[in-house]
Design a protein around this ligand. Structure first.
Ligand SMILES: Nc1nc2c(ncn2[C@@H]2O[C@H](COP(=O)(O)OP(=O)(O)OP(=O)(O)O)[C@@H](O)[C@H]2O)c(=O)[nH]1
Ligand SMILES: [Mg+2]
Length: 509
């Protein structure tokens, strides 16, 4: 990215247009001022006085608090650390009849997401409503209550458990008087903080811009119309702008330009990635992809399995770029095993596209190790979400090995329930090491066997051929005869063709 061409005119747009450590689609909304205004208002006018009737109605109609959400700070250092960058957030959600459990789980997940993004969760409230209000998401009356809660807690941000329409976000901000963001913005924010590779960063930025584009109008209201043609030192296209062009149009054009540039960059990186993958395929090295819900313990298990130093964090989306390791089966066959980005329900559609690169690893693997957090309140929902995404990347037909991780955290009774859910699943704990051997054996058993049987006589000076066969084929028998090593093995068709010169009958003839 070229920072130099961009004159900072609007904070939110600039931040996203800047590469790397951008915070997604998040605009500062003068939170502190707004909060103090609300505090004076909140005590009298907004909170209704309560009587018995009211409580009864509250039972049926009030915003429902989801308990156990507020962030617990463990020690003073953590408090200090968090205060450096924290936003204090209140979460909101809407649920329809019968979907309360689901809504609570979703709000818990949003809470974990917000914390991962660096926020402090003060409270979470749900409103029961057949549908979200098209103009304000929560119903009008509830928005006033929310404003009071926000003021009372001193929150500076509201996070909605949905993807808000730009107009809903604006209407909510107008009434609640603090910044309002949605689930998608939080996920984009996390992704932008964690993406490490050049391609990952470019893809996240592209997703951020795509998210930002239809939302520009919201910021436009607080922007002054620019004087005709007078844009302080802005970059490309300056001569072509007519008088009175609004700042939004300018921003929109810059965003479009930037997106085009990023798409080109990403397209340019694809051949390298494909070449790498093609290379693995040519060598007939089978590949295993570890997939699963975010925070299920995929990276921890990969560490256990391969002894690799993969970043493990108790945060969602610790892994955002595929990490590929090499491993061997107990009988000596080599395979690759790739860690992948975690799945999450309602993955912003911008990101499904943006993260094809990691998910492609899943789509082209020979075996998917589907890791599930055994201690999660809704494992079935997580499994379903992951399988949906697996389907989306065209990987539905790939063999799947389900592993319930964090087995150290569940009771024997819970195990039985989980086993009922997925009869073929294994139990494991990356923490204690339980079940890791069984996973390794299951991987070995499920890896595709190379298809062609070959019978070779390899001269003694070609030890490399013998060792390659041990790694990539499946050796059936080895005899040391006068002219060399007589070796019978299963190999891929490509490999069999390459090794035809050593075929035993040819050599002996
Ligand atoms: N008790 C227990 N905790 C575990 C186990 N495996 C992983 N964890 C913890 O779960 C959290 C998430 O682990 P990760 O390995 O980062 O999970 P991940 O699936 O790679 O997560 P993302 O990359 O963020 O999608 C960490 O705090 C781990 O220490 C386990 O077997 N038992
Ligand atoms: Mg991970």
């Amino acid at each position: 990215m070229n920072d130099a061409e961009l004159e900072p005119t609007d904070e939110a747009v600039e931040r996203v247009l800047r590469a790397g450590d951008t915070r997604a689609g998040v605009t500062r909304f003068g939170a502190s001022d707004a909060t103090s205004i609300m505090q004076s208002e909140s005590d009298a006018s907004v909170w209704p006085s309560t009587d018995g009737e009211q409580f009864d109605r509250e039972e049926r109609a009030a915003l429902r608090r989801v308990s156990g959400l507020s962030t617990e700070l463990e020690d003073v250092t953590e408090v200090e650390y968090r205060q450096l960058r924290l936003e204090n957030v209140v979460l909101i959600g809407v649920y329809s009849q019968g979907s309360l459990d689901d809504a609570e789980n979703s709000l818990r997940e949003l809470s974990a997401l917000a914390e991962t993004a660096g926020a402090r969760v003060l409270d979470g409230v749900l409103q029961r409503r057949p549908h979200p209000d098209p103009s304000t998401y929560l119903g009008r009356g509830k928005v006033a209550e929310l404003a009071a809660i926000v003021a009372a807690l001193g929150a500076d941000t509201v996070v909605a458990d949905t993807e808000l329409a730009p107009s809903q976000r604006r209407a909510l901000e107008d009434q609640v008087k603090v910044k309002v963001i949605d689930r998608t913005a939080v996920i984009l924010d996390i992704f932008s903080q964690h993406a490490k590779s050049r391609e990952g960063k470019a893809q996240v930025e592209l997703a951020q811009l795509e998210y930002l584009l239809p939302r520009l109008r919201g910021w436009g209201e607080s922007m002054s119309r620019q004087a005709g043609g007078q844009v302080g030192g802005a970059g490309a296209g300056m001569g072509s702008r007519g008088p009175g062009e609004t700042k939004i149009e300018l921003d929109r054009r810059r965003i479009h330009n930037q997106m085009a540039k990023l798409r080109k960059q990403i397209a340019g990186m694809k051949p390298a990635r494909e070449a790498k993958r093609a290379n693995r395929r040519r060598n007939a090295v089978p590949s295993v992809a570890i997939a699963g819900y975010t925070n299920a313990g995929k990276s921890s298990l990969l560490n256990r399995i391969t002894g690799a130093g993969v970043l493990v964090e108790n945060a969602l989306f610790a892994t955002l770029d595929a990490t590929v390791r090499r491993n061997t089966t107990p009988d000596g066959r080599v395979y690759t095993i790739a860690d992948t980005v975690g799945f999450v329900r309602n993955l912003p559609h911008q990101l499904v596209e943006a993260f094809r690169s990691t998910l492609e690893e899943v789509g082209e693997s020979d075996l998917i190790v589907h890791v599930v957090d055994a201690a999660h309140p809704d494992p079935a929902g997580q499994i379903a979400t992951v399988r949906d995404v697996i389907g989306e990347v065209g990987a539905r037909d790939i063999p799947e090995l389900v592993v319930f991780n964090k087995a150290d955290l569940v009771t024997p009774e819970e195990r039985l329930v989980l086993q009922g859910l997925e009869p073929g699943a294994l139990f494991a704990s990356a923490r204690t090491g339980e079940g890791v051997e069984a996973i390794l054996d299951a991987i070995a058993a499920k890896l595709p066997d190379p298809a062609v049987e070959i019978d070779l006589l390899v001269p003694y000076d070609r030890g490399d051929v013998v060792s390659t066969l041990h790694e990539t084929g499946r050796v059936l028998s080895v005899d040391y005869v006068e002219d060399g090593t007589r070796i019978r093995a299963l190999a891929s068709p490509e490999q069999a063709a390459q090794l035809a010169v050593f075929a035993a009958d040819v050599a002996q003839a």
